[in-house]
Design a protein around this ligand. Structure first.
Ligand code: DUC
Ligand code: ZN
Ligand code: ZN
Length: 457
């Protein structure tokens, strides 16, 4: 046997139990309370949790956006992921307007393959939907992509899809059994509010949030979910930030729509007071940070099973890049880091504060993303025959989430005042250590593309 992890507490979505876990040729081959076997490497996990490797269903590595390119490439981004207990990222391959979906996937794989240190899968972010491209979707599914993101906002950035195109993709998702993902904000209203604020000389970071009020998200989420219901389509709302949006998700789920929701750690633990600091630009992402009441509502949405997943929207811009909008919030590249801090923050702020169980943590950070995005049972679970993507999580390890303790290329931390208790200390991808006792031991390019198969809705 290649690897034996002994004496740990295995965590599944339903149980925590003491067991040893054996790995051979990249797969989990044994789970037992009395493991007889020897192994090339034996790691003692006494007093530690053993978690299924996290899946971050929402990252943007090396993405050109708003005049800048995210500073975490696939190497640095996946090193950060591994330190945070994430063994698979699902990145968005953004369609250049003149490219097909298959060409877009090839572009993204060419960037990722030589660099990734964890495994990765892809979504296509659609920027130019045509009937010809819809005909290409079965081939895209064969190439291992089962999810397509459409944007309601970002008209000026060239990403927006109108309601007709969204409706059309939802119709097709039903027929071909793929998942439509939606960035839901009402473009028309937010453009009007941005223009009003800019004309009044209101250009500081707080006006980013004021130009995208809760209503903009709640209305757009409702519209998207209503279209999913009308078409019997499969819809996943990304990065949900408001209690209004969450209410709509609950309502449409109760009506029988095949719809799913994702929230992000920053919407759970940060609030819009951040925009009033001199570093407000660092917190500009879309949708924006909301109120403390929204934070609490979203935690409730994890606890009561309204949300299906947590993803990070990891999208890193340095201070210098953020300074493109030093004098004007509309010019600040939108995005924040998150892939390294997701699991520790959910543990410290969620599990330890009784907002969720550790079982729910592995469900929203591993199992559900694996199922929805067609990676299950290869990924997302500790089971015989699954990839040995395994995290040893030390519940007593304390870490200040300051810049110097994190591994992203970004030159600041948005969580510097947060001290977590509970960190991954070992991360194995297909049985190979990438982080070993908090040391990086991975190899550039050792990660693999994981083609998604049938999603399980
Ligand atoms: N939101 C962000 O903040 N960044 C990237 C894209 C997005 O939708
Ligand atoms: Zn988005
Ligand atoms: Zn995103």
């Amino acid at each position: 046997m290649d690897l034996l992890i002994k004496n740990g507490i295995l965590v599944t979505p339903t149980d925590c139990f003491k067991a040893d876990i054996g790995v051979d040729e990249g797969k989990i081959v044994a789970i037992s309370s009395k493991m007889p076997a020897e192994a090339d490497d034996v790691v003692d996990a006494k007093g530690k949790y053993v978690l299924p490797g996290g899946i971050d269903p929402h990252t943007h590595m090396e993405m050109p956006f708003m005049g800048a390119t995210t500073v975490d490439d696939f190497e640095y981004g996946t090193i950060a992921a591994a330190f945070g207990g994430v063994t698979t990222i699902i990145d968005f391959a953004i369609q250049p307007k003149d490219k097909t979906f298959l060409e877009t996937i090839a572009l993204w794989k060419a960037k990722a393959d030589p660099k990734v240190v964890t495994d990765y899968a892809l979504h296509v972010a659609v920027t130019n939907l045509t009937e010809d491209l819809i005909k290409e979707i079965p081939d895209v599914q064969k190439a291992g992509v089962q999810s397509f993101k459409l944007f309601m906002p970002y008209r000026k950035e060239g990403l927006m899809s109108d309601d007709g195109r969204i409706f059309r993709m939802l119709e097709e998702s039903r027929k071909l059994n793929f998942l439509v993902q939606l960035h839901a904000e009402n473009n028309s209203i937010l453009e009007m509010l941005i223009e009003r604020n800019v004309n009044a000389g209101k250009l500081s970071a707080e006006y980013h949030a004021k130009s995208r009020p809760n209503y903009c998200e709640g209305e757009a989420i409702n519209r998207g979910l209503a279209m999913a219901h009308a078409t019997n389509g499969n819809l996943y709302i990304v990065h949900m930030s408001t209690k209004e949006g969450l209410m709509e998700l609950r309502r449409w789920k109760a009506m029988g729509a095949n719809v799913f929701g994702e929230t992000c750690p920053h919407y759970l633990v940060l609030n819009d007071e951040k925009y009033f600091s001199s570093k407000g630009r660092r917190y500009i992402m879309s949708p924006p940070l909301r109120s403390k009441a929204d934070n609490e509502a979203l935690w409730e949405g994890i606890l009561d099973y309204s949300f299906d997943t947590v993803g990070t929207d990891h999208c890193t811009f340095t201070d210098a890049q953020k300074d493109l909008g030093k004098d004007n919030f509309t010019k600040v590249p939108n995005g924040v880091p998150g892939v390294e801090t997701m699991i520790p923050l959910l543990y410290t702020e969620g599990v330890k504060r009784k907002r969720m169980s550790i079982n729910r943590l592995v469900e929203v950070t591993a199992l559900n993303s694996a199922k929805l995005f067609g990676l299950y049972p290869r990924k997302g679970t500790l089971n015989i025959g699954s990839d040995a993507d395994i995290v040893i999580f030390d519940p007593d390890f304390e870490l200040q989430l300051s810049r110097e303790n994190l591994h992203s290329k970004i030159d600041y931390s948005i969580y510097e005042e947060f001290k977590v208790k509970g960190m991954p200390t070992y991360t194995f991808v297909r049985g190979k250590p990438v982080v070993y006792n908090r040391e990086y031991v991975g190899k550039k390019g050792s990660g693999r593309y994981v083609p998604a198969t049938k999603p399980q809705f």
